[in-house]
Design a protein around this ligand. Sequence first.
Ligand code: PGA
Length: 256
Amino acid sequence: MSKLIAANWKQNGSSLEVDNLTREIIKGAKKLKNLNNLILIPPSVYLERVSKLIKKSSVSKRISLGVQNISPYKNGAYTGEISADMCKDFDCKYFIVGHSERRETFNEDSVMISKKVLSVLNTSQKIILCIGETLNQREKKQARKVIANQIKSGLSLLTPKMRRTASKIIIAYEPVWAIGTGKTPSLQDIFLMHKHIIEISAKIFITNRSIPKILYGGSVNSENSNEILSIQGVDGALVGGASLNAKKFIDICRSI
Ligand code: PGA
């Protein structure tokens, strides 16, 4: 199965920087024939320009576009929000939901997250549902419980039909204490948590033994990506800081 690498650029860059970064990554991707599943997730105001650059490249089939945040509502009087349908105009296929920065800094609770999940799954697009424990929860040995609750509540509004297949759902395990800190869990801890996520998900998606793809995120860089991406149960990586440097990011992609 080909691994998926997603670049979350967060609130960084200018139009010029985003153009350069996209061009450099496209250039690098051309040389990596194994890389079939790359997702670029720029700030929303730059979606259109990144979309154009991808479309006119020879690797347009191997690079997709994602969105960092999405409205829980279809349309209407919701100042500042954008919908999954609007993003279709730029061929966006993936939406991050439940990133810890949104949970913490923007107070998104599990109800809001479950509504956002549903608003994307009501379209043809896919979600990347981020989950992860804080350091405090980990030290209190609550990590497994927190993770189970975040998966169950995030996917709580799925209709029976949506529970038939997990093909539109990607889960990103991102320990909060590992994001942007340079710290990562041990390889064994990542393996065990992904196994736990697989077991929880298997109870939600009832038929076909359908399990979401599961990414690891949190301080993935070109030095640790080889080891992390070879852990059983790790289907790819969600990369923040290191995806802002084309060379480092392409080095990570080389690990698959
Ligand atoms: P990081 O961010 O790679 O900078 O730790 C990961 C993320 O927030 O998705």
